[in-house]
Design a protein around this ligand. Structure first.
Ligand SMILES: NC(=O)c1ccc[n+]([C@@H]2O[C@H](COP(=O)([O-])OP(=O)(O)OC[C@H]3O[C@@H](n4cnc5c(N)ncnc54)[C@H](OP(=O)(O)O)[C@@H]3O)[C@@H](O)[C@H]2O)c1
Length: 345
C-alpha cells in the first residue's frame, strides 16, 4: 500500500509499505479520507521524533478486517476513528489501524480534536457532563474558539448548558459568534486587537451582569500571551483567593511551561493521548466517541469545516506547511487517499 511519512523540516515522502497488523481489539480500516493536525508537523520538528513516520491520526473509511474481540464493527461498515498517536498504522496511508473503543459508526470525518475537547472539559476541568447540564450560570473562557479544539469545546459546553461562554477568536470571530448565545451572556473578543483588549473585553462580558466570577478556562492556543491573559482575567474578576477556597482552573493544550499565570490558579495540561494510554481516558473516549456520532446524527454537533487538499497523500506536505505558517483559520485540511498517484480508484 502507499503510505506518507513525515520527517523533520516538514518533508513528506510516499513509500510502498506492507499492510499494518492488527491485534484482537483493533480494526484495519481502508482510509477514504484522512485528516491532518498541527501535531503532524510539530512532532517531527519540535520533539525530534527520529526518522520518517506516518503522523496521520484521523481516519474516515471502511472497515476491512476486525480482530477477534471486536463486536461493534464488521467489514464493510463506514467508520471514523482516532488512531493511537505515535504507533504504526496511521491514517496517512491506504489502510490504517484503530482500537475498537476509539472508533464509531458515522459517514463523516471528525477529527481527534473533538476528543481533546472532551478530555479538557470533562476530565481536566471537571465541568458538568452534557447529560447532566448545569442549570445556573457557569462562565467558561475558551481561548482560541475558532481552532478545532476550541470549536468542539464550544459545542460540548453548550450541550452542558455552560454559559456565559467567553471566547477569544480572530479571523473566525463571526463564525464563532454565529454558534454562541448572547442571550445567555456568551461573547467573543478579537485577539488581533491586542492583549489589553482581550483582557478588558472578557472582564466586561461578565461585569454588572450578575454572573459569578469566571473560574474555568480552556486555553486551546497555549502560546504567546494566552496563558498570561487568562490569568489576568481571573485576577481582575476576583476569582483568585476567594473565601470559598476554590481555585480557578486553566487547562492547556501544549505541555511547555506557561509564563505569567498568577499563583492561586490551578494549571493542567490536556493530552488526548489519554484516551489510549489511561484506563479512565479509555472509558471517556469510549463514551464520547459514541456521543459524537449521536450528536452528528442529530445535528447539534458539527465537524470543523474542512478543505479537501488535492493530490491525496501527495497533498500532505503542502497542507502541513500551511498549518505551520498559521494559515489555517477555522478549517481542517483533509486528504482523499484515492487521489494519490499510483492508488487504484
Ligand atoms: N494536547 C493535545 O492533546 C492536543 C490535541 C490537539 C491539538 N493540540 C494543540 O492544540 C492547538 C490547537 O490545535 P487545533 O488543531 O485546534 O488547531 P487549528 O484548528 O489549526 O488552530 C487554528 C486556529 O487557531 C486560532 N488562533 C491562532 N492564534 C490565536 C490566538 N492568539 N488567540 C486565539 N485564537 C488563535 C486561529 O483563530 P482565527 O481563525 O480566529 O484567527 C485559527 O482558527 C495546537 O497547538 C495543537 O498542537 C493539542
Amino acid at each position: 500500500m502507499k503510505e506518507a511519512l513525515v520527517s523533520k523540516g516538514t518533508h513528506v515522502q510516499i513509500v510502498d509499505s506492507p499492510l499494518p497488523e492488527i491485534n484482537e481489539n483493533q480494526l484495519l480500516i481502508r482510509v477514504i479520507v484522512s485528516g491532518s493536525n498541527p501535531k503532524d508537523w510539530k512532532l517531527p520538528d519540535l520533539f525530534n521524533i527520529p526518522g520518517a513516520t506516518n503522523q496521520g491520526d484521523d481516519i474516515a473509511g471502511i472497515v476491512e478486517r476486525v480482530g477477534a474481540n471486536v463486536y461493534e464493527f464488521k467489514p464493510g461498515d463506514r467508520v471514523a476513528a482516532f488512531h493511537e498517536m505515535r504507533t504504526p498504522g496511521g491514517s496517512y496511508a491506504e489502510y490504517a489501524v484503530a482500537w475498537q473503543h476509539s472508533t464509531f459508526h458515522i459517514p463523516e470525518n471528525i477529527s481527534f480534536e473533538a476528543a481533546t475537547s472532551a478530555v479538557a472539559l470533562y476530565h481536566r476541568l471537571s465541568l458538568p457532563q452534557p447529560w447532566t447540564p448545569i442549570t445556573s450560570p457557569l462562565p467558561l473562557i475558551i481561548y482560541g474558539a475558532g481552532s478545532a479544539v476550541g470549536f468542539y469545546a464550544l459545542q460540548l459546553a453548550k450541550r452542558s448548558n455552560i454559559h456565559p461562554l467567553l471566547c477569544v477568536a480572530g479571523r473566525s470571530k463571526d463564525y464563532v459568534l454565529s454558534h454562541l448565545d448572547p442571550s445567555k451572556g456568551d461573547a467573543v473578543v478579537d485577539y488581533r486587537e491586542g492583549d489589553e483588549a482581550v483582557i478588558s473585553g472578557l472582564v466586561a462580558a461578565l461585569k454588572d451582569k450578575g454572573f459569578p466570577p469566571v473560574k474555568h478556562a480552556l486555553d486551546a492556543v497555549s502560546e504567546g500571551s494566552s496563558a498570561r491573559n487568562i490569568g489576568e482575567v481571573f485576577r481582575r474578576v476576583g476569582a483568585i483567593d476567594t473565601p470559598d477556597g476554590v481555585k480557578p482552573k486553566v487547562t492547556f493544550v501544549l505541555g511547555h511551561k506557561q509564563e505569567g499565570v498568577p499563583d492561586g490558579v490551578e494549571q493542567s495540561v490536556t493530552t488526548v493521548g489519554d484516551v489510549h494510554s489511561k484506563e479512565e481516558g479509555k472509558d471517556l473516549g469510549y463514551v464520547f466517541f459514541r456521543y459524537f456520532a449521536k450528536g452528528l446524527h442529530e445535528g447539534w454537533f458539527k465537524g470543523q469545516k474542512w478543505e479537501v487538499v488535492p493530490g491525496g497523500l501527495g497533498g500532505i506536505e503542502g497542507a502541513l506547511r500551511k498549518l505551520k505558517a498559521g494559515e489555517a483559520s477555522a478549517v481542517k485540511y483533509v486528504f482523499r487517499i484515492a487521489e494519490t498517484e499510483g492508488v487504484g480508484k
